[in-house]
Design a binder for this molecule. Structure first.
Ligand code: S3P
Length: 426
């Protein structure tokens, strides 16, 4: 459990860890490339450690040299049979992306995860990867552990994404890297596009759809990656600063990929004083500094089209919305139910225990009223983004509050408390 006091003043500058989504992909692509890649500002969170550990078990050398991570990739056919089951722990991105690679191996592999990951849906990747000829065995309800067997009948497919999921899209694209002929993935509603960006894949737009093509000519080469800082980790500090009585914060070198910045647009429309300065680019990924000042917020209508692009920030947007004028309403977000926790339930549970009026729906929720409990006692449910959202809520409460099982923040940002300590004054 961690206790947070009420805060009213924020001032300073933050450097955050590397973006989690880009970090996973940098580790995967460096391991698939043949030769030495050098990664700067890789996420130090537990999720990216899970991806590194899986590749170490598959025979890839990954080591730290000062502030860099060095990966000696062995090429697409260079992985070796792990001595034991691969463990993705809490990381959905690790489990789903690595599956696109494991169906192509000449050896059998088992993939396991922690309690939360073992309940998350894997049918979404099993369906297209089986259509590509992959041989995957899952438990009865299509969850982890998954077993992958060597297959002689692997082939590319043309796949229409049934849900807007970057993890699903990436699993199919990573598998598609193994064939000379094109695999295509058709996307109706855009989700984060780091896989396409980082591999340099061609994308056609036709009647409002994106058609992404991949084949073995796009196999990654070894290179130097600079990983911009994580915008989803920045979101907690942005909302805290906006809602403080007296706040000014500069967050440096944040990824500004437009499939990730939608929550900033939402907060700006709500009246948030947020500006982007010093914009640059690395391997096709835009990044820059974000400057935030305390503001008065008023809720707006959130378009369901942008839900996939704010999916990880909805917990902290709900906190912003709870303290803003008018009601905060989210709909079309049933994917929240299958994240690290059932985030519709865990957000509603916490806001309701802080004293807000909460209405839970199948695919969203509504928050109205005011905070009634002077001191809140909130629960992370072992979910890092719920833990940090609850921390912000507690700090905005008159007498502060507690958040149980706060250690789970290490999944994406082990240094959250230190970073907070460096910007809070009074
Ligand atoms: C991620 C995609 C999103 C997101 C997750 C990271 C990725 O999941 O919630 O935290 O790196 O591809 P879905 O693709 O399942 O929506």
């Amino acid at each position: 459990m961690h206790e947070f006091s009420h805060i009213s003043k924020i001032k300073g500058e933050l450097n955050l860890p590397g973006d989690k989504s880009i970090s996973h992909r940098a580790v995967i692509f460096s391991s698939m490339a043949r030769g030495k890649s050098v990664l700067t500002n890789l996420s130090d969170g537990a999720d990216v450690k899970s991806t590194k550990n899986c590749f170490r078990q598959l025979g890839i050398e990954i080591k730290n040299e000062f502030d860099k991570v060095i990966i000696n990739g062995k090429g697409i056919a260079g992985l070796s049979k792990p001595a034991s089951a691969l463990n993705a722990d809490n990381s959905g991105t690790t489990a789903r992306l690595i599956s696109g690679l494991l169906i192509h191996q000449k050896f059998e592999t088992t993939l396991i995860g922690d309690n939360s990951l073992s309940q998350r849906p894997m049918k979404r990747i099993i369906t297209p990867l089986s259509a590509m000829g992959g041989r995957i065995e899952a438990s009865d309800n299509f969850t982890l552990p998954l077993k992958y067997f060597p297959s002689n009948s692997l082939a590319p497919i043309d796949y229409q994404l049934p849900i807007a999921s970057a993890q699903l899209k990436s699993a199919v694209l990573i598998s598609g890297l193994h064939f000379e002929k094109n695999t295509t993935v058709v996307e109706n509603t855009p989700s984060r596009n780091h896989t396409e960006f980082m591999l340099g894949l061609p994308i056609k737009e036709e009647s409002g759809q994106k058609i992404i093509a991949v084949n073995s000519s796009f196999l990654p080469s070894p290179k130097e990656y600079f990983i911009p800082s994580d915008i989803s980790s920045a979101a907690f500090f942005i909302v805290l600063t906006l809602l403080s009585r007296d706040g000014e914060l500069l967050i440096k070198n944040i990824t500004l990929n437009t499939t990730r910045t939608a929550f900033i647009e939402v907060l700006k429309k709500m009246g948030g004083d947020i500006s982007i300065v010093n914009q640059k680019e690395t391997s096709g990924e835009p990044y820059g500094d974000i400057f935030v000042k305390n503001s008065r917020l008023k809720n707006i209508l959130i378009d369901t089209e942008i839900i996939p692009n704010i999916i990880d920030e909805i917990p902290i947007l709900a906190v912003a919305g709870a303290f803003a004028e008018d009601d905060f309403i989210v709909s079309g977000a049933s994917e929240l139910r299958v994240k690290e926790s059932d985030r519709i339930k865990t957000i509603c549970n916490n806001l309701s225990s802080a004293g807000f009026d909460v209405e839970e729906n199948d695919d969203g929720f509504k928050i109205s009223g005011n905070i009634k409990n002077k001191k809140s006692h909130l629960k992370s449910f072992g979910d890092h983004r719920i833990a940090m959202s609850c921390a912000v809520l507690s700090m905005l409460n008159q007498s502060g509050g507690t958040v149980d099982d706060f250690e789970c923040v290490e999944i994406s940002n082990p240094l959250f408390l230190e970073q907070l300590g460096s910007i809070v004054y009074g």
